[in-house]
Design a protein around this ligand. Structure first.
Ligand SMILES: Cc1cc2nc3c(=O)[nH]c(=O)nc-3n(C[C@H](O)[C@H](O)[C@H](O)COP(=O)(O)OP(=O)(O)OC[C@H]3O[C@@H](n4cnc5c(N)ncnc54)[C@H](O)[C@@H]3O)c2cc1C
Length: 434
């Protein structure tokens, strides 16, 4: 390569410090490779990790500590004189700066953090740290990229760069937003930046919506970085925030808003199986907001999608004896592969009983009737049951407002229960349209 590109062209070699696979490369070998590369004329070494067999870790998700591969860069740095680049869940410039100050690496490389906010270096340089859109390491970018176009849960403009521009409106409108979850807050932020007069009604006493609940299971507190970011944004833009206030039709008359954006989210789904009511089963939302002592010791979680599996993780962390029932062949099948890997591992390590290919037919006080390939049987002895079988849009206020305001939009989970990515995207999209 050197002979082809000449002496003044930088050659940077990226290598796996540790492949984290039995029989794979370990740091001992990589150190030798690094020395050879330096001798042969490499200008810098970029130290990552993993190979195809340890792909679950190659884009470390929120289950893995920040800066997980930095020690590998440091180990290589002690062997060579050329600059060494560190990478791997380095989410913010303060941490990046510290890695360099500590002498662990000469440069820092960031991927997902820049997918979340490509303006991060500029904002950091100008000291505008509070304005940086924080990557939450959820890996929706990796998932969407594999399907063709990169998207980001916290930045609707990623992959849609040509679509959004912040055009100031020439017709400022009175915009009411019902619901202060990620969808409503993104709509509020963009509408206010465009010059509209925005009011957000949130029936809870805190902003963030269901994304605050999403941040409760173990290792997911990082989601609150995004919730806090959105909260800071709307508070800094002069938006009127009506917390603890539910919107009612009577409130429309004196103010006459031009636009109402309904972002009321979704509610837990309660199936009509026999015995659901008598069983006293609670929702995931309820389970994640209650104190440990308010839930019994032996808990059955019905539904092993991502939300149910995370709730099982949360409950077992609280010392509960948890059984998780899922009708599909595997749990957490709706999650990005990296998350599924770690979550499944956590449940296994904590001894959660997992029943897959098992369909709940009936619930009762302390028991469930479950059908699998072999038989229909009763499992019992539970002190509490948690239903994690999906959500339904809360479109009650949308239905009431139909025909009563000049412009009405329904976005996010209120339109169809999905995830933050969709809610935030639709929030920005509608705010650009009005
Ligand atoms: C346990 C759990 C884990 C999850 N994990 C993830 C995850 O890891 N990643 C992810 O992307 N998504 C996750 N989700 C989904 C995510 O939380 C939602 O998709 C997202 O919050 C939807 O945003 P939204 O703005 O549409 O609605 P919401 O976040 O639900 O916000 C709606 C808001 O409207 C308010 N409201 C309702 N009615 C009224 C009214 N009449 N007046 C005033 N206010 C009202 C509510 O109080 C609420 O604050 C999870 C959800 C749950 C329950």
């Amino acid at each position: 390569m050197r002979s082809r590109v000449g002496p003044d062209f930088p050659i940077i070699c990226r290598l796996s410090g540790d492949e984290y696979v039995d029989g794979g490369l370990r740091i001992k070998e990589t150190k030798q490779i690094a020395k050879i590369l330096e001798k042969e004329g490499a200008n810098a070494l970029h130290v990552s990790a993993c190979n195809a067999a340890s792909g679950y870790l190659n884009h470390p998700p929120y289950y893995v500590e920040e800066g997980v591969f930095v020690h590998l860069a440091r180990a290589i740095k002690s062997e060579v004189g050329i600059p060494v680049i560190a990478v791997g869940r380095i989410r913010n410039p303060v941490m990046a700066d510290q890695i360099i100050r500590d002498g662990k690496a000469d440069l820092v490389s960031m991927g997902r953090a820049l997918i979340a906010d490509p303006h991060m270096p500029k904002k950091a340089k100008e000291g505008r740290f509070e304005e940086i859109i924080p990557c939450i390491s959820c890996n929706r970018c990796i998932q969407t990229l594999r399907k063709g176009v990169v998207r980001c849960a916290v930045n609707p403009e990623t992959g849609n760069e040509g679509q959004f521009g912040l055009l100031e409106t020439d017709r400022p409108k009175k915009v009411w937003i019902v619901g202060g979850g990620p969808g409503g807050l993104k709509a509020a932020e963009i509408a206010a930046q465009r010059g509209h007069q925005v009011t957000v009604f949130e029936k809870a006493h805190r902003l963030g919506g269901r994304m605050r609940l999403a941040a409760v299971p173990p290792k997911k507190e990082v989601l609150n970085d995004f919730n806090d970011y959105l909260e800071r944004r709307v508070k800094g833009l002069g938006i009127t925030l009506e917390l603890g206030r539910e919107l009612t039709v009577d409130m429309l008359r004196p103010v006459k808003p031009d636009v109402v954006i309904v972002a009321t989210g979704a509610l837990p789904y309660f199936p009509d199986w026999k015995g659901v009511e008598e069983s006293g089963a609670i929702s995931v939302d309820d389970a994640l907001s209650r104190r440990a002592e308010d839930i019994g010791r032996r808990v059955l979680v019905v539904g092993g999608g991502g939300v149910g599996a995370e709730t099982a993780d949360y409950l077992s962390e609280m010392g509960k004896e948890v059984t998780l029932v899922e009708m599909l062949e595997e749990i957490a099948s709706d999650l990005v592969g990296h998350l599924k890997h770690y979550l499944s591992q956590r449940l296994k390590q904590k001894g959660v009983t997992i029943l897959t290919s098992s369909k709940v037919k009936e619930l009762g006080k302390g028991y469930a009737v479950v059908e699998d390939a072999a038989a229909v049987r009763r499992i019992d002895g539970f002190d509490a049951m948690v239903l994690a079988v999906g959500s339904v849009s809360d479109d009650r206020i949308a239905k009431i407002l139909e025909g009563k305001v000049p412009e009405l939009y329904v976005i996010g989970d209120a339109s169809q229960p999905r995830e933050a990515l969709e809610a935030v995207y639709e929030g920005e999209e509608v705010a650009m349209k009005i």
